[in-house]
Design a binder for this molecule. Sequence first.
Ligand code: PHE
Length: 466
Amino acid sequence: MPPEDPTRKSLRELGATEPVAIAWLFTQLRVRLSAELARASEEGGWDKVRDSWVGIGDTVSIRVATNWVETAPEQVRLLVFRERENLIEFVNIRLTVMQTLQDLGYTSPEAIPPLFQKLSGAFDGEIKACVDEIDLGVSRVNWVGRRSGVLTLITDNWLKPANPELKRTVGQELNKLKAHVESTLEARKRDVESLAERGASAKDRVDLSLSGVIRPIGTHHLIRQVFQEIEDIFFSIGFSVVEGPEIETPYYNFEALNIPEFHPVRDDMDTFYLELPKGAPGPLLLRTHTSPVQIRTMEKRQPPVRVIVPGKVYRRDNPDATHSFMFHQIEGLAVDSDITFCDFTGTIDYFVKQFFGESVKTRFRPSYFPFTEPSVEFDVSCVFCGGSGTANSGGTCGKCKGSAWIELFGAGMVDPAVYGFVNYDPQKVSGFAFGIGIDRLAMLKYGIDDIQAFFQNDVRFLGQFP
Ligand code: PHE
């Protein structure tokens, strides 16, 4: 027997610790035995085959007992034990039919039917154990194979050489066995096929009791959430949303907002100009603020105007914890026949309290924008130290640097010069405008200290704001 004989290894070494793999090992042994017997029936030496399988000493039967049964994992040991018993029965039947009845010691016809009964019973057991077409194919060859199947061997070794007293009985019993074997094989074949079909459809069946795969659907980006929060606050006091282009003309971005070409304030709003094809009308630039949409809106609408404008803006800023070359603003514009500075500060105060909570205070300081007059900068009482300037630890609040106030955004009453660009009568209308930096507001409200976190798209960060 070759050294790689699997019966010399343990089931674990063979990687066969599951029932299917174990059954397959035994099937292979049956195939091997059949091949050896087939060779023996041609070349002789079936007694050598017997000795190596069920003789004394180092035999397959002993090795299977010591290497497979004894070392089998607890939960499959019984299975391996039974498989071995079946195998030995299988070997014994094959060996029995290799000898003549005379060699086997049968002399009277009465002893013949029980012998066939035993064979028939062994066959039934073997067929019952076949769970797929491969098993069944092996058994079919072993029993009805024309050259060395059990039935052929019985014909050759039992029937043909039998003496006249036995021949009749043997012939009758053999015919019965033949019929039984053939019909049983047929029936089992149908069983195995339908078993396979059922197995296949079970594989396709959807098991509704399984818990399923959870695919996270994500959430809105924090910037988008803050946009919506702010939009909701302004919706509640009668504002509506308009949008405008991110690529603008200098006219809308500057001139119509009362920022003529060589006005120094343009230095603060240096931005990205587009490289245009030769002959194309230009120049064009990425808007530096959402204020151009004030102009676009007033060109299209007559007062009263109450709009907010969410969107992206661009400036040639170097990225750091508080600067980004792209960020977000919400512009606000209210123009009507008698809007006062009180309406303006009241609206801003309402918004800031809605956004940060009733307990915050607001204040404004004079500032300068070419398109508002007067212009102001709105501050909110520091949301980190509660407007005390003192941190919880007792030291100076690091966020407001002890000033108790945090700068929020620029705003003002619309400069009458702007109305000239949109054909509004500055004598009849007045209004206010503001430009809120969203990223900054989100950082303040949610305690984020690096604006870059918004744009790095790290889900570990983004996922914190569901
Ligand atoms: N557009 C200004 C900026 O981006 C903000 C602003 C808007 C100021 C509206 C006043 C009125 O800095």
